[in-house]
Write a protein that binds this ligand. Structure first.
Ligand code: NCD
Length: 298
């Protein structure tokens, strides 16, 4: 069974295969009945706009259908049912489960109890592999992935999209420049894993120091919901912002990405600049998630 829990579950060859297939799906007509008769279970125990709707849209475009459970409160988990039991039961109803859950490790646990493939749509501060595939896909529309300089800006401690992306980029010999508020640095375990694997990870105090050397600037919001209390959030809130002024003199081909939602970390005036690709990026969620669904169910 092909679960996709962490981006580490895919090697570089498999990632390239998914991206190539997404490129084909985007460029040519696809079989609108490829997943006819298949049912996708969307279990989202945390808020989501893009991930949930684009998985549902991708499934429908391939002729399949989706059913969903949107909160713990609306499910039998409120009666005390464990995630393991819930997953065992839902496994009997659908052909693939897409799970988003506030606890790191929840998707891995689910995969141990599921009789059908599980795709992790975000597990706490852990991983978000489908986001990473669409991030890579977006970068690939503008440049080769190999050897690029990528700035990771923002909450790199709790940001699961940054964790998955950093690992994936290391497979393509990227140089990673990390810029985060104090206390929100990339987890030291992940930074040492990347460095041990030969990836250059360079920490910067200020985005200004490095922005002119970047091919890609990946901006993330502060993950307020993961903070122990609001006082510690407000200590770091609004501590960085990408503005048109910051982007003067950057490389012509710079691509600015953001997994969205944004709060205040990208000035809306940046939206009009040629570097801004974050809305295109979210649209690429469709071909990329179609390719993922075909991989696990096709
Ligand atoms: C991200 C997530 O859920 O981790 N959102 C998304 O799926 N595009 C990023 C975020 O919430 O900051």
């Amino acid at each position: 069974m092909r679960h996709i829990i962490s981006i580490r579950d895919l090697n570089r060859h498999e990632i390239d295969e998914i991206l190539d297939q997404a490129q084909n799906l985007q460029a040519h007509h696809h079989d609108p009945n490829a997943l006819k008769g298949k049912l996708l279970g969307l279990l989202f125990f945390e808020p989501s706009t893009r991930t949930r709707m684009s998985f549902a849209s991708a499934m429908a475009r391939l002729g399949g259908q989706s059913i969903s459970m949107d909160s713990v409160e609306a499910s039998s988990m409120v009666k005390g049912e464990t995630l393991a039991d819930t997953i065992r039961v839902v496994s009997g109803y659908v052909d693939t489960i897409v799970l988003r859950h506030p606890k790191e490790g929840a998707a891995r646990l689910a995969s141990e109890f599921a009789q059908v493939p599980v795709i992790n749509a975000g597990d706490g501060a852990g991983q978000h592999p489908s986001q990473t595939l669409l991030d890579l896909f977006t970068i690939r529309q503008s440049m080769q992935l190999r050897g690029i300089h990528v700035g990771l800006l923002g909450d790199l401690r709790y940001g699961r999209t940054a964790h998955s992306l950093a690992h994936a980029l290391s497979l393509y010999q990227a140089t990673l420049h990390t810029i985060s508020p104090k206390g929100l640095e990339l987890p030291s375990g992940l930074a040492s894993e990347l460095r041990d694997g030969g990836t250059e990870v360079i920490e910067h105090d200020d985005i200004q120091e490095v922005v002119k050397d970047l091919d890609v600037l990946y901006v993330t919001r502060i993950q307020r919901e993961r903070f122990p209390d609001s006082a510690s959030y407000f200590k770091v809130a609004s501590s960085y912002k990408v503005t048109p002024e910051l982007l003067t003199g950057v490389r012509d081909h710079l691509v600015v990405l953001h997994p969205l939602p944004r709060v205040d970390e990208i000035d809306p005036r940046v939206d009009r600049l040629p570097y801004a690709r974050y809305f295109e990026q979210s649209a690429y969620g469709i071909p990329v998630r179609m390719a993922m669904l075909l991989r696990v169910m096709g």
